[in-house]
Ligand binder design. Structure first.
Ligand code: NAI
Length: 482
């Protein structure tokens, strides 16, 4: 079986070499095809951080094992790590956080065991990086939460929880504030939960979730979240088990999957042979299981756990009275412990049952549509205008443009209504949302364009959004105070 390997930048090549040395010493039946990705590829002029050959190899092989990669600062290029996850639709980011004996934490000292799997949506949310500045003072980000994208990751989380024999699966969200975006994600969660009655499915608002994770981490099993909240909560969980040096990550897609450590390139210690390879090794072990290489995975994981229990450590953790090992010494210690059984968390030796990473190839992009559109109508429009005038004055001007089809119903600033009712204590910025609704029945796009043209005589219109209704459901939010 062949997989693609990208060594990465900074400490990436050092820790990748240690992990591959461990794999080779255990005669892991894998061949490695090295691909060109990372900072030096950006520097050569490839704006997405990878060569076309690298992209072709990864799409052919279906699996990438990668070291951390640096995104050049101030060049306007996007992170190659995020590009890779999004381009190949690795929609589920799975991160497992377990108590590791030999890695002291507040919880290990208190005898509180931790075994939490975070499943983070990996494509959508603010990670689209779709941002605009309608005025010098205002920056906006588009947050995409979609029904097909949410269902993909949530179904993966439930299936994984079921296979793992988990008791509880929790959705972290902020649907009390973001009623349409997080509300959609939460609806999808409860919809999928109905297909898994054997699992206890519940939801927790993300701020409360953070508080509960740091006070009672042992009560959580699998937690599924949207992208940004999942990013933050998974680093919090890394802290619970000893830090980023112990946080593995699997980016799972239907065709291509990527295994990597959560941490970055650690430029401050690069080239010194002192980085901790554990997170990348744990990611590699998860990759071996993904490929059905169960026996190799168990032998290597038991050797790692045994090594940690025996007090061998790199400089970033462990008992300071025992001298720290460097990266290669740490890897050698693991190799010397093949066949040993750790006292805690020993993994059973199951036989290898190799699976091919890519089952089938695509020849066109998959269009994910979950529901047909029924009873859709346009009932108004939000016009986002640049202005530093007072709301009352803006309202007077806008009413002149409303004509016979539209009614000016509300003006808001940063999401708070300031007209027809509001408070003079609401501070304003120079971008308003002016909401027009239909006076009589559904509108068409020409009606909206007519209003747009008329209004543009008085204001710079930065953007607009249609107000849609699906049946009797409003597909838009109300302003605070509306
Ligand atoms: P970082 O994770 O590289 O470093 C944070 C701190 O943790 C540093 O003190 C570092 O020495 C330490 N550290 C990280 N990994 C370690 C290891 N294996 N052993 C011992 N200590 C370790 O985060 P930072 O400094 O914010 O980012 C550096 C670069 O990495 C940036 O260019 C960033 O874009 C990139 N990055 C790449 C990621 C990826 O490839 N998936 C993820 C996160 C950041």
């Amino acid at each position: 079986m062949k997989i693609a390997v990208a060594k990465g930048d900074g400490t990436g090549p050092e820790i990748m070499q240690s992990v591959l040395d461990i794999f080779n010493a255990n005669q892991v039946p894998l061949e490695y095809e090295y691909v060109d990705m990372g900072k030096w590829v950006f520097d050569k002029g490839f704006s997405n951080g990878m060569t076309p050959e690298a992209q072709h190899t990864i799409e052919e092989l279906g699996l990438l094992f990668k070291g951390p990669m640096e995104t050049p600062k101030g060049k306007g290029v996007k992170s190659v790590n995020v590009t890779a996850r999004k381009t190949w639709n690795t929609y589920a980011n799975k991160r497992v956080f377990q108590t590791l004996h030999g890695v002291d934490t507040v919880f290990s000292k208190a005898g509180i065991p931790i075994d939490i799997t975070i499943v983070r949506e990996n494509i959508e949310d603010t990670y689209g990086g779709i941002e605009h500045m309608p005025t010098h003072d205002v920056a906006l980000s588009r947050r995409f939460i979609t029904r097909p994208g949410s269902l993909q990751v949530i179904k993966y989380a439930f299936e994984m929880a079921k296979k793992k024999g988990t008791r509880r699966i929790t959705c972290g969200h902020k649907a009390n504030i973001m009623k349409l975006t997080d509300g959609l994600f939460l609806d999808c969660f409860h919809e999928v939960a109905r297909e898994y009655p054997e699992l206890k499915a519940d939801d927790v608002i993300v701020d409360d979730l953070c508080m509960k994770l740091v006070t009672r981490p042992d009560t959580f099993d699998v937690v599924v979240l949207t992208n940004l909240q999942g990013d933050i909560v998974s680093d919090l969980c890394a802290g619970l088990v000893g830090g980023l040096g112990f946080a593995p990550s699997a980016n799972i897609g239907d065709h291509i999957s990527i295994f990597e450590a959560v941490h970055g390139t650690a430029p401050d210690i690069a080239g010194k042979n002192i980085a901790n390879p554990t997170a990348l090794l744990l990611s590699g072990i998860a990759m071996l299981r993904h490929l059905g290489l169960m026996e190799n995975a168990a032998i290597i994981e038991n050797a790692l756990l045994y090594t940690l229990e025996s007090g061998v450590h790199t400089g970033d953790f462990g008992d300071k009275s025992i001298p720290a090992s460097n990266t290669t010494e740490f890897a050698s210690a693991i190799i010397s412990h093949f066949g040993k059984t750790p006292e805690h968390g020993a993994k059973p030796l199951l036989p290898n049952m190799p699976v091919t990473p890519t089952m089938f190839k695509l020849d066109q992009n998959a269009m994910m549509v979950s529901q047909g559109i029924k009873d859709e109508k346009i009932v108004g429009v939000d016009m986002f205008i640049a202005s530093s005038e007072q709301p009352e004055y803006i309202a007077k001007k806008c009413q002149r443009h409303a004509g016979v089809k539209f009614n000016l119903v509300s003006i808001s600033n940063r999401g708070t209504q300031v007209w027809p009712t509001g408070s003079v204590y609401t501070n304003l910025v120079n971008e308003y949302n002016v909401r027009f609704e239909s006076i009589d029945g559904p509108l068409n796009q020409q009606d909206v364009i007519g209003l747009y043209v008329s209004l543009s005589g008085d204001f710079k219109i930065c953007s607009s959004e249609l107000l849609n209704m699906w049946g009797d459901k409003k597909a838009y939010s109300l302003a605070q105070g509306q």
